[in-house]
Design a protein around this ligand. Structure first.
Ligand SMILES: NC(=O)c1ccc[n+]([C@@H]2O[C@H](COP(=O)([O-])OP(=O)(O)OC[C@H]3O[C@@H](n4cnc5c(N)ncnc54)[C@H](O)[C@@H]3O)[C@@H](O)[C@H]2O)c1
Ligand SMILES: O=C(O)C(=O)C[C@@H](O)[C@H](O)[C@H](O)COP(=O)(O)O
Ligand SMILES: [Zn+2]
Length: 363
């Protein structure tokens, strides 16, 4: 039986939607969709790991509810966020007769969500899209806010769109089957919210390490709910990252995306790269005199308690810098960094000397 369901509303005028979060919610997928669309054709996109764990059963539920369902599983992992795989999806959707009345349902982690969302945004100029995130990272971050897209070999998330889902259904029970490394990678984005927006949430994480490490369902429901609320508040005010507010969600990502790209998307998971990137960004803030050593130490200590003290990838500094210049926050050819001034508060900073950026790779 589902436990308490938390609902987070993302208020974006005609693009508004609910995120429903709880234990056992997946069983209610047909009702969740029915309440939000008139469609009866679902293109379910998943990956080879999630297919047998959750997507097959979810598709059976939909078929039982009278839906026509076409299910496609891509290879698991970041390398599926590519032009080749999205082209494959477009062709499969065409062959299966998807049209503007069809919906796309992403069941999986952030890779599936970003990829399926981009297929939904672009096929026939846009299909209704739903997210059923099954990783912690996807439940707290990637399924919310409408950034969808794919990578280019030299630049992360470089081709994409803003395409909001019509609804997001999070079942925290899915965390139980997640490999340890993937679970911890998701926690990196959770720590990010504490650092950038909410000192109380940061303290809550510090106080609940044990329960987090054993994946307690009630704690997870709260963590997912609070993370989604914090992200939704930002997205509601700056949906398309125009004012600089949404850029705060990119804390640690200028370094992190460079680590991912230099490792050809195979060395570090996104969340691991973000953890390493947050360490570098905090270090940079210390070097620039924007934050004190104690704050650096506090972030290090929480990351350590969550087994997330990830080191930056060993690579030539100039190569990393070149990759950082492809960051989407770059303005007028200049890098911009999200840097903390205290726990719970960050600023968008330009004119950072390259020498300090390079020195910050030593954490
Ligand atoms: N759009 C956004 O706003 C946004 C935000 C953050 C991250 N992202 C993107 O998200 C991606 C990372 O997402 P991710 O960390 O979820 O990775 P992922 O999608 O690769 O999933 C991680 C692994 O876990 C497996 N898996 C998924 N759910 C499972 C479950 N319940 N049990 C067992 N195995 C399961 C997957 O098959 C995969 O092997 C990156 O591409 C990143 O750029 C996007
Ligand atoms: O939603 C956002 O905005 C974020 O920045 C969230 C990030 O965690 C996420 O990794 C996002 O995909 C990065 O966006 P990008 O624009 O830097 O590619
Ligand atoms: Zn991220």
């Amino acid at each position: 039986m589902p436990g308490k369901i938390e609902t987070v509303r993302v208020a974006l005028a005609e693009r508004s939607y609910d995120i429903e979060i709880g234990s056992g919610t997946l069983a209610a997928l047909p009702e969740f969709l029915r309440a939000r669309t008139d469609s009866d054709h679902a293109v379910v996109i998943t990956d080879g790991n999630v297919e047998g764990l959750y997507a097959d059963a979810a598709s059976d539920l939909l078929v039982g509810d009278g839906w026509e369902v076409d299910l496609f599983a891509v290879d698991p992992g970041e390398t599926s966020k590519s032009v080749e795989v999205v082209e494959e999806l477009w062709n499969v959707m065409l062959d299966e007769g998807a049209d503007r009345k069809s919906i796309v349902v992403a069941i999986g982690g952030g890779v599936v969500g970003d990829l399926a969302g981009f297929a939904a945004a672009s096929f026939a100029r846009g299909l209704e899209f739903f997210q059923v995130p099954t990783t912690l990272l996807a439940q707290v971050d990637s399924s919310v806010g409408g950034k969808v897209g794919i990578n280019l070999p030299g630049a992360k998330n470089m081709v994409g769109a803003f395409w909001q889902p019509r609804g997001v259904l999070c079942d925290v029970d899915a965390m139980q089957s997640l490999p340890d490394r993937e679970y911890r990678a998701g926690l990196a984005e959770v720590v990010k919210y504490g650092v950038i927006l909410d000192a109380d949430f940061f303290a809550y994480l510090e106080a609940n390490i044990e329960a987090i490490n054993v994946r307690d369902a009630a704690i997870l429901t709260h963590i997912v709910q609070r993370s989604c609320r914090l992200k939704a508040d930002v997205v509601e005010q700056d949906e398309r990252e125009l004012t600089g507010l949404r850029a705060s969600l990119n804390y640690g990502h200028t370094f992190g995306h460079a680590f991912e790209a230099i490792g050809e998307y195979e060395e570090l998971l996104h969340g691991e790269a973000v953890a390493a990137g947050m360490r570098c960004a905090m270090q940079l803030a210390v070097r620039l005199g924007r934050v004190d050593e104690a704050t650096y130490a506090r972030q290090e200590s929480l990351l350590s308690a969550l087994n997330l003290l990830v080191d930056p990838l060993e690579a030539d500094g100039q190569d990393l810098l070149r990759l950082m210049y492809r960051d989407k926050k770059t303005a007028a050819g200049k890098l911009r960094f999200i840097l903390p001034s205290r726990i719970g508060h960050v600023e968008l900073v330009s004119d950072v000397p390259e020498i300090d950026i390079l020195a910050s790779l030593e954490v």
